[in-house]
Ligand binder design. Structure first.
Ligand code: 3PG
Ligand code: MG
Length: 443
């Protein structure tokens, strides 16, 4: 077929035939099968219905949110980002004249009720957030919860307890999902952070609603739009910065990024496994001994693909894992016994910052050092500042993962980057090109 014919005809034929593409080519998430024209990342599938064009007047929306927020020992919220991030969705439903039943998980638990995992701790904060009373319905399967849901009037909000108090939630149990579905007459999924889970409330219950009554929330949509920007047509130079303790969490993403990025900067604990792969000695630094071969492979692959893989040349090393430890600077390949690398060294942080400042697309996941300790936060701070400066100079920056997102907030750069994702695992899996069950279920 001639090139022009492919361009004109293929999307139309494909849209008719492909169940994932419904409204293609208008659907920005049309699936990767359009690849004869433009190689897209495979199958991030969009919610067919977006919240903005849904009228909630007189409807009772059961909204799955990700209110898995950190709490201190007195059950006070220490970071309310995820609560604030879902507010536009809730407000839109209420403004339309609908009512809201909130479903969420909180924490990882063994099953059964535990006070510290009860969503009741969030109620007051939510009342303040929505500027109205938030009713409490207790356990999701209780008669009280169902009665309260059915009695909701337009403009009212009902909060139910942690869905994970029932092991059927994580098992994705059908029957349990059907019971949850009785709580509303339209299903809204705004829990991007949990969209990689095929749980009863994140995915399975969607199927109890008619296709037009399962809707992606504004946060979910915004997250997908932003991640898609980086996946689809990143402006170059494109720099990814990966950090955190372990390579094992990020292997797939790193491999995938090697097909896309110009620069891949590796910091944090995982850099030491790469240093070992290059023949360095790393003292008592963190290492994944079983990932050294993998690190060698990734180094070779980067070379083959012409990617500028940058490993830190130096580190701040400490004689103890403590903020008041003795600190020295050492080459990453010659860290003495009894010492461990806890942050980028001065050369590495300058080098990382200058590459970032020259970039047009930036993806950051994982801190560069033990930034919770003030003496080892400078590497992370340099990276955050360089990203803010590049963004102000016109670059697009996406930051994901709980730790890097928290670092950007704490260091005060949150308003100076393009987008901070509320997803950890969900964002990684999306960027790896995996299907998100929470999104697919809406299609
Ligand atoms: C998260 O915090 O990553 C999400 O809320 C999902 O939680 P989970 O990893 O316990 O499923
Ligand atoms: Mg998690």
């Amino acid at each position: 077929m001639a090139e022009w014919a492919k361009k004109m005809l293929w999307p139309a034929i494909h849209a008719l035939a492909c169940r994932f593409c419904y409204f293609a080519p208008l659907n920005p998430y049309r699936c990767g099968r359009l690849s004869p024209i433009r190689p897209l990342t495979p199958s991030p599938i969009a919610p067919v219905n977006t919240l903005a064009n849904y009228n909630f007047a007189g409807r009772r929306a059961v909204v799955r949110v990700d209110f898995n927020v950190p709490l201190d020992k007195d059950l006070r919220i220490t970071d309310d980002t995820r609560i604030r991030a879902a507010t536009p969705t809730i407000q839109k439903i209420l403004a339309d004249g609908g009512s809201v039943v909130l479903l969420s998980h909180l924490g990882r638990l063994k099953g059964g009720y535990e006070k510290k995992f009860s969503l009741e701790s969030l109620r007051q904060r939510l009342q303040q957030e929505y500027g109205r009373d938030v009713l409490w319905g207790g356990d999701v399967l209780s008669d009280e919860a169902l009665a309260a849901a059915q009695a909701l009037q337009p403009g009212q909000v009902l909060l139910l307890d942690n869905v994970r108090f029932h092991p059927e939630e994580e098992a994705g149990n059908e029957e349990f999902a059907q019971k949850l579905a009785r709580l509303g007459d339209v299903y809204v999924n705004d829990a991007f952070g949990a969209a990689h889970r095929r749980h009863a409330s994140t995915a399975v219950m969607a199927h109890s609603f008619a296709p037009q009554d399962r809707v992606g929330g504004l946060l979910l949509q915004g997250e997908l739009d932003n991640a898609q920007k980086v996946l689809d047509n990143p402006e170059h130079p494109y720099t990814a910065i990966m950090g955190g303790a372990k390579i094992s969490d990020k292997i797939l993403l790193i491999e995938r990024l090697l097909d896309k990025v110009d620069n891949l900067l590796i910091g944090g604990g995982m850099a030491y496994t790469f240093a070992v792969a290059q023949g360095g000695t790393i003292g008592n630094s963190l290492v994944e001994a079983d990932k050294v071969e993998l690190a060698k492979r990734l180094i070779a692959k980067a070379e083959e693909k012409g990617v500028n893989l940058v490993l830190p040349g130096d580190s701040l090393i400490a004689d103890r894992f403590a903020n008041d430890a003795n600190v020295e600077v050492a080459s990453n390949h010659a860290i003495p016994q009894g010492w461990m690398g806890l942050d980028l060294g001065p050369d590495a942080r300058e080098q990382f910052a200058s590459i970032i400042q020259d970039s047009k697309t930036i993806l950051w996941n994982g801190p560069m050092g033990v930034f919770e300790m003030s003496n080892f936060s400078l590497g992370t701070e340099y990276v955050a500042r360089a990203i803010a400066e590049a963004t102000e100079g016109g670059a697009y920056s996406l930051i994901g993962g709980g730790d890097s997102a928290a670092a950007v907030q704490q260091l005060g750069f949150a308003d100076r980057v393009s987008y901070i994702s509320t997803g950890g695992g969900a964002l990684l899996e999306f960027m790896e090109g995996k299907e998100l069950p929470g999104v697919t279920a809406l299609g």
